[in-house]
Design a protein around this ligand. Structure first.
Ligand code: MGD
Ligand code: MGD
Ligand code: SF4
Ligand code: MO
Length: 707
């Protein structure tokens, strides 16, 4: 028995993209001819990885339990019971592909190719797994396209309106900061490998501010004796706080006038428009005392260098794009970008994504054949799409075939009850390529087995740091599973397509995708660094990619799309400052956050060492809100709004302020007492621009459930 170690990179939709090593044993046959394929016996953090340095996380420490789980889908399955019943029989790949091709051809012949909706996200965010061949295959077919903007896109779309690009600081630059504002991000939970950098900055005297409507585990790190500050605004109101910060910074002469004169556009208009935004007026909206807002503004402008760190928590609001558009104005007022350790650190995905040749993603087939561009549907509206006769868009056909991979939309997309109703339709043919029989897969007509990350080669583009990671297959595909690119090659064959580019193998695809990356080095070392300014200052030279080349306090581009040209607070419709009828019926704001250290979105709750260790789903509320409803800790409550009603045990906590309640996200339907989930209740209104979605602007009512 020989042992080998193989380097790989975590594929999860997580900013950390950790390096790992897999130990495999190879039965070399000891002379007999029955050499078996390698078996993975150990998966550990790679101590040499420049970012993760040997540590993984409570999700992935048991990754091999996932790979070899007895519940893994290992063969193609065909539905034999009603949709959602989970009754399947095993079939061969041949049968599965033949049936899929027949059904897709029939849908295309009857309704047109736009009636086919390919649906995927970043369940495996590696380059091939996330973008390889799917764009080519479904482009060839003429299927509807998908706006994949459920996570992160709106952050970039918001910041671009101010800076012309979504680019920001590398988060490791926070080590140089003296004030670190973690604004709507739960770093210790969601981005744990950044924490040592923050602790290092703190050891060097940096002060920490956490701004979150929940007293998260990150907020627990606040030490008031060291000048740290925890600010707990009402959800969806931060823009008012930013406008008041600008008011104070300008009022007190804390701006960097030279930098503003040289690098910004529209300062006079901005100054005029924030002149009404006194801290007192923002206090009424945010629920934060005026003196706290004032102090935050003064600290931000005077404790230098000051960095703001945010990921995606704040984009999930009706005003999510404006949050980031407004946030990006703050460093321009104080000239923070000019200093190392000053500015905004968000996703750095664009630094590596810019290396990709777009022909890798989608061939120009439409142009070649003179076909019109198919419609694009927004993934966050899946329920609406599946239940509408025109897929909720123009006068196009309803969706009659749904091909899902790399995601679990029934658990993760808002307004889940609408999605469920859509998935139940008899005239919808659903295929799900998955590792497990997820809630979504339970509704499939055909389930196809997917490989895990240790079963195929790939390249991982991180969005939390700059180290592009190589991933080597350590073992053969388990059972009859196949990778996403292999699935698309098989589907192309089954459909009878002959375009050679649909059949490129994985190494050809990687070469096409990354013409400027030294792939030999990437494979040999395991990582290469995406290009980033040596001095750590993305806008150090003061040039911005806006039409004016300056930071745009006023934006003509926003005006052109019917949005306010200046940073503006608009209260979410489904929130305290919005629709008063809705608020009268449903007075509580519901957050559905990532909360469990052992969960990654919906990916681990079903595993025996993950789900049970996190307990069970619950609804969390403040003692005051509980008392008026006569709800004690542990009581059973009904949480409802017009979208759904969810039954849950009550947890009274001090992490929330009155008026705000929370249900953790990530549990599957069968783990909820009544077969619903957090997203049964959530809002699927899209953000003002950017294509994101407003999960977090959700109003509910709660009452005791009497047995
Ligand atoms: N353990 C674990 N880690 C994860 C994940 C996971 O599921 N589990 N998921 C991964 C994924 S896909 C992503 S995108 C990242 C996301 O990483 P983060 O963006 O850090 O995480 P979120 O929980 O989405 O949002 C962060 C915080 O935003 C807060 N928030 C919501 N609305 C507002 C608001 O209006 N104002 C303010 N100030 N704060 C607000 C929430 O209360 C929450 O605590 O995490 C990744 N890491
Ligand atoms: N209420 C609420 N809802 C949320 C959020 C929230 O904070 N609150 N967060 C949102 C965010 S930020 C995100 S990113 C989304 C995530 O939404 P999803 O992407 O739907 O969530 P995951 O749980 O990451 O789903 C990944 C699925 O992909 C499968 N998978 C993994 N690798 C592969 C592969 O190589 N091939 C195939 N075919 N399948 C694979 C896994 O088995 C898993 O079932 O959820 C969003 N939904
Ligand atoms: S899920 Fe995130 S923290 Fe955990 S191993 Fe993967 S990249 Fe690292
Ligand atoms: Mo995400």
């Amino acid at each position: 028995m020989a042992t080998q170690t193989i380097n790989g990179t975590c594929h999860h939709d997580c900013p950390d993209s950790c390096g790992w090593t897999v130990t495999v044993t190879v039965n070399d046959g000891d002379g007999d001819a029955t050499a078996a394929s390698p078996v993975a016996v150990k998966l550990r953090g790679n101590p040499d990885h420049p970012y993760s340095q040997g540590e993984l996380c409570p999700k992935v420490n048991r990754f091999l339990d996932r790979v070899y789980s007895p519940d893994r889908v290992l063969h193609p399955l065909k539905r034999v019971g009603p949709k959602g019943s989970g009754e399947f029989e095993q079939i061969s790949w041949n049968q599965a592909l033949t049936e899929i091709a027949e059904q897709l051809h029939s849908v295309i012949d009857t309704h047109g190719a736009e009636a086919v909706l390919p649906f995927s996200d970043a369940g495996n965010q590696s380059l091939l797994a996330m973008t390889g061949l799917s764009g080519r295959l479904f482009g060839q077919m003429g299927a509807s396209k998908l706006t994949r903007a459920i996570c992160g896109v709106t952050v970039g779309a918001g910041m671009s309106m101010t800076n012309g690009t979504g680019r920001g600081m590398d988060a490791l630059e926070l080590v140089h900061s003296k004030l670190i504002i973690l604004w709507a991000t739960n770093t210790r939970l969601t981005n744990r490998h950044l924490w040592p950098t923050i602790e290092k900055a703190r050891a060097d005297g940096a002060r920490l501010v956490v701004i979150d409507p929940i007293r998260t585990m990150t907020a627990d790190a606040i030490d008031e004796d060291r000048g740290d500050l925890f600010i707990q605004p009402l959800p969806g109101t931060d823009i008012a706080m930013m406008l008041a910060m600008m008011h104070v910074i300008i009022r007190d002469g804390l701006t960097d006038e030279d930098w503003i004169a040289e690098h910004t556009l529209g300062y006079d208009e901005l100054r005029e428009s924030v002149s009404d935004w006194s801290p007192e007026s923002a206090a009424k909206i945010t629920g934060i005392e005026a003196s706290v807002i004032e102090q935050l503004a003064i600290d931000y402008a005077t404790v230098r260098p000051a960095a703001i760190r945010s990921l995606i928590g704040a984009e999930h609001h009706e005003n999510g794009a404006m949050f980031f558009r407004t946030l990006a104005c703050l460093p321009a007022l104080t000239g923070a970008w000019a200093e190392r350790g000053g500015g905004i650190a968000k996703s750095v995905g664009s630094y590596s994504e810019d290396l990709v040749d777009s022909a890798f993603i989608r061939l120009d087939l439409e142009q070649v054949e003179g076909r019109p561009e198919p419609r694009t549907l927004n993934m966050s509206r899946l329920g609406d799409i599946l239940t509408s006769p025109t897929a909720a868009e123009g006068d196009g056909p309803a969706v009659h075939a749904l091909i899902v991979w790399n995601c679990n939309p029934l658990v993760t997309v808002p307004n889940a009850e609408a999605t469920r109703q859509g998935l139940e339709r008899d005239d919808l043919f659903t295929v799900v390529h998955e590792q497990f029989l997820t809630d979504t897969a339970q509704y499939a007509d055909i389930v196809l087995p997917a490989t895990t990350q240790i079963e195929s080669d790939d390249v991982v583009f991180p969005w939390g740091h700059l180290w592009i990671g190589w991933n080597s297959a350590a073992i053969d595909p388990v059972g009859e599973s196949c990778s996403n690119t292999e699935l698309f090659r098989r589907l192309a064959t089954a459909m009878g397509y002959t375009e050679p580019a649909l059949f490129d193998d994985d190494s050809t695809l990687i070469e096409q995708a990354l013409p400027s990356v030294d792939l030999d080095e990437l494979r040999r070392v395991g990582w290469v660094r995406a290009p980033y300014p040596e001095d750590g200052r993305p806008f150090g030279d003061g040039t911005f990619e806006t039409p004016s080349g300056r930071v745009e306090f006023v934006s003509e581009r926003l005006e052109n799309i019917g949005q306010p040209r200046l940073p503006t607070f608009v209260a979410p419709n489904e929130g305290p400052g919005g629709n008063s009828e809705l608020l009268a019926k449903y007075p509580l704001q519901l957050l559905t956050p990532k909360q469990h250290t052992r969960f990654l979105n919906s990916t681990y709750s079903q595993l025996p060492k993950h789900g049970p260790a996190e307990g069970e789903p619950f609804v969390e509320l403040d003692a005051e809100d509980a008392a008026v409803r006569e709800l004690g800790d542990g009581a059973t409550a009904r949480v409802w709004n017009d979208r759904a009603s969810v039954t849950l045990p009550v947890r009274i906590s001090e992490r929330l302020r009155p008026g705000v309640v929370a249900i953790p996200f990530g549990w599957w339907r069968h783990q909820h007492p009544d077969g619903q989930s957090a997203n049964s209740l959530t809002n699927d209104t899209l953000t003002e621009w950017g294509g994101g979605v407003a999960y977090t602007d959700t109003l509910v009512q709660i009452e005791p459930l009497l047995n």
